[in-house]
Every structure is written in structure tokens, then in C-alpha cells.
Write a protein that binds this ligand. Structure first.
Ligand code: ZN
Length: 432
């Protein structure tokens, strides 16, 4: 009997030892190697690193290492590092476990991106899941026809619907010389509303620049030290609703706040160096784009965006506000077509349609002009399945934040946690 107990005990000790991470390794070392590896992959692909503000010597070493390593060797290193991180998934307290899971998820994306860089062709869904940690549900385009039929009935004028919408929407274009004051006022209001609920680092700041020649409408280049460079693309006319949208999305409580909180709470307070690098093709992007899009509704619930626009922004633009409500209703209706973008992206990226067919389908199912459809196609060709992060990310963040109930304070508290912790798509409640 005694021998049996002893044997059972030994078995347990052996099993425990097998599951435990090696005593010679730790998450700080793995995190540093992850930053080093990410920066080295970044040397192989322009735009892979969206932001980096960690130790300069890691960047210098990445530049020196990159020419000596091919993509196959980088893939091997990624797998090895992922195995090391996975050994810590059940070790330590809840935050340590989340840290390990975050590193594993980020390294899974790096492995997927390296497969793509080596020429492997993935389906749209496999690519999206491999890079961003969520499998999109791609609907047939015909399923969006009833939405289009409903919109048809509310837009004035005759002729093809995309043209009618373009003509109507052009009444809300902000004149170029009024862009700066309108954006300044919108961002100030987004910031004021965010600061009522989230304490930001005292030195946080951003620069705003209007640029041209881009496939995106706005971009936040996070510089570190709570500083963002926000760029707004003026290639196409900017409508009045975009001021609050972009102010929240790029600024408050969107990308600028997310990056500033991660830097303050995780990089500086906990010393988690892995958050000082942001690889664009990673689950971080689903959380970033989803929270930035949902942040608009959180900061301006119900009718508050339109009320603010009528009270402050319309007078600044000089545009008449009589049709402001109809325009806002149209924007809301168009949001229901966001899933069609995934379907068209899938067809374009898998080669079942060409660029000009994609432009026509975007006009028909996103109800935009040819110019805007062309810009959208350029974006999809550049960033590929990244397009899922906007609509799907927004739905997932909304479901998670609104699961706490209708109290605005509770919603902001959940949003703050989501923005300041190592949040993965799999952490979101109500995830698909
Ligand atoms: Zn964004």
C-alpha cells in the first residue's frame, strides 16, 4: 500500500515537472527575444512594424541580424520562441498567464505572416484567423441586397443609388480651409469626453497633419512617450461626420489612448517590453481597430454625435444643418453593409475577381463613388485581410463592453481595462 502511494506521488511529481516551464527561462527573457524577432521580421517587410519605442539596441541588432537570416530561419526561431512562451501559459498569477497567452498569440501571427512572406497562399479566412486570431464569417453578397433595398427608399433623387448617395453626401463635404478648425474642435470634444472616464498620462499629446497619396483615410503613428502623430488623408473630400469619427478612432478613446495606456501601465509600470513593439499583422490590430471604431459610439452615445455636430461643427463648416439627421441616418444604414467588404476582399485576394470587378462590386455593395471604391481596392491589396479588424473588431468589442449593462460608467471602466491590459480577441465576451 505504501509503495503504491509512493509510486503515485512520484508519477505526480514527474507529470508536474513535465508541465512546468524550465527554471532557466522566464517571460522577461522571452518577451525581449520576441521584440528582437519582431523587429528582425520588420526588416524584411516594410510596414510590418507599426510602432516601436523600446530599447534602441534591439532595433540596431535587428538591422544587423536581418541580412544574415532568411525567412525559413526566422520561421524556425518563431516556432521555438512560441514553444517557450507556451510553457508559461499556466504558470504564475492571472496577469502572468495572460502575458504568456498574449506572446503565444502574437507569435502565431508572426508565424502566419512569415508563411505568407515565403509565398504560401492561404484562403481569406485562414489568413485572417492566422494573423488576427478570429475567423471571419463571410456572407454571400446577395444577403446584403435587402439592406440596399431599404437604403434605396431613403435617399433622395433618381438614377443609380451609389451616384445618388455620392451627390447627397457631397453636400456635407468640409471645405479644405475649414478642415483644421473642424478637426481641432472634434478631437477636443472626443478628448474631453474620454477624460471624464479615463485618466491619461499627464504628458500625452498628438500632432495632427493633413496628407495626400494614401490608401487609408486616417493613421496614427505612435511615437512613444504618450505622443502620437495623427495623419488625415485629404485625397478625397472629407465629410462632416468624419471629424468626430476620426477624432475618436485615431485619438480619444481610440488608437492614441490605447497606445498611451499600454505604454504607461504595461511597458513602464510592469516592465513588459513586448508592448513597446506593435506588429501590424497581429491580434493587437483587431483590438485596436475594434476599440477605435466602438469608441465613437461609447463617447457619443445615442444622438450625441449629431447634436454636437449641429451645435459646434456645422457652424464651423458653414454647411446648412437642416439635413443633418437624414445624413446621420444614412451613415448608420451604410454601416450594415460592412460585412460585404469582407466578401469582396475575399474574392479579390483569392483571385476570383480582378481589380475592376472589385471596384464595381464595392460601388454596388458599399454604395460609394468609383474614386472611393478604387481607394478601397488599393487598401485591400495593401493590407489584405486586415479589413476584418474594423467591422468584426467593432462588433466584438461592442458585445464585450455592452455585456456589463447600460450604465455608461461601467462601460467606460470595461473599455479602459480592455485598452490597458494585454487583451486578445479570445478574451472578449460574446466572441464568435
Ligand atoms: Zn485605425
Amino acid at each position: 500500500m505504501r509503495r503504491l502511494i509512493l509510486a503515485a506521488l512520484l508519477l505526480c511529481v514527474c507529470a508536474c515537472n513535465e508541465a512546468a516551464p524550465p527554471a532557466t527561462d522566464n517571460l522577461d527573457a522571452i518577451a525581449r527575444d520576441y521584440v528582437q524577432l519582431s523587429l528582425t521580421i520588420g526588416e524584411k517587410e516594410e510596414g510590418y512594424i507599426d510602432a516601436y519605442y523600446g530599447p534602441e539596441e534591439l532595433q540596431a541588432k535587428a538591422k544587423a541580424d536581418a541580412p544574415k537570416l532568411n525567412l525559413e530561419q526566422l520561421s524556425e526561431r518563431t516556432q521555438q520562441l512560441r514553444t517557450r512562451a507556451a510553457a508559461f501559459e499556466d504558470a504564475g498569477d492571472a496577469m502572468a498567464q495572460r502575458r504568456a497567452r498574449f506572446l503565444v498569440a502574437q507569435l502565431t501571427s508572426a508565424a502566419t505572416r512569415l508563411r505568407m512572406m515565403r509565398g504560401e497562399k492561404l484562403s481569406f479566412e485562414d489568413e485572417a484567423e492566422g494573423l488576427f486570431g478570429v475567423r471571419p464569417d463571410v456572407q454571400p453578397l446577395a444577403s446584403f441586397d435587402p439592406v440596399i433595398a431599404r437604403i434605396e427608399g431613403v435617399v433622395p433623387g433618381t438614377g443609380p443609388l451609389p451616384e445618388r448617395i455620392e451627390k447627397f453626401s457631397n453636400r456635407f463635404n468640409i471645405r479644405k480651409e475649414r478642415l483644421k478648425p473642424v478637426f481641432d474642435a472634434a478631437i477636443a470634444e472626443c478628448k474631453r469626453r474620454t477624460l471624464e472616464h479615463i485618466k491619461l498620462p499627464p504628458n500625452e499629446r498628438f500632432d495632427l497633419k493633413f496628407v495626400t497619396g494614401k490608401s487609408w483615410s486616417g493613421y496614427n503613428y505612435y511615437q512613444g512617450n504618450a505622443h502620437s502623430r495623427i495623419e488625415i488623408n485629404t485625397d478625397l473630400p472629407i465629410r462632416i461626420s468624419r471629424a468626430v469619427d476620426l477624432g475618436c478612432h485615431e485619438g480619444y478613446p481610440g488608437h492614441h489612448v490605447l497606445n498611451a495606456l499600454l505604454e504607461q501601465r504595461l511597458v513602464r509600470e510592469r516592465g513588459w517590453v513586448e508592448l513597446s513593439v506593435y506588429p501590424l499583422y497581429s491580434p493587437q490590430s483587431l483590438i485596436a481597430e475594434g476599440s477605435a471604431n466602438y469608441g465613437i459610439d461609447l463617447a457619443f452615445p445615442g444622438n450625441e454625435q449629431i447634436e454636437f455636430e449641429k451645435r459646434v461643427l456645422y457652424p464651423l463648416t458653414g454647411l446648412p444643418a437642416e439635413e443633418a439627421e437624414s445624413y446621420a441616418r444614412l451613415q448608420q444604414a451604410l454601416e450594415q453593409l460592412s460585412g460585404a467588404r469582407f466578401t469582396i476582399a475575399k474574392q479579390l485576394l483569392e483571385g476570383t475577381i480582378d481589380d475592376s470587378q472589385a471596384v464595381r462590386l464595392i460601388q454596388r455593395y458599399q454604395l460609394v463613388s468609383e474614386e472611393r471604391a478604387k481607394q478601397s481596392v488599393e487598401f485591400t491589396k495593401q493590407y489584405r485581410s486586415y479589413v476584418i479588424n474594423y467591422g468584426l473588431g467593432q462588433d466584438m468589442v461592442r458585445a464585450d463592453v455592452e455585456a456589463v449593462g447600460s450604465d455608461p460608467t461601467a462601460r467606460w471602466r470595461r473599455m479602459e481595462a480592455l485598452l490597458s491590459e494585454p487583451t486578445l480577441p479570445s478574451d472578449l465576451k460574446g466572441r464568435r
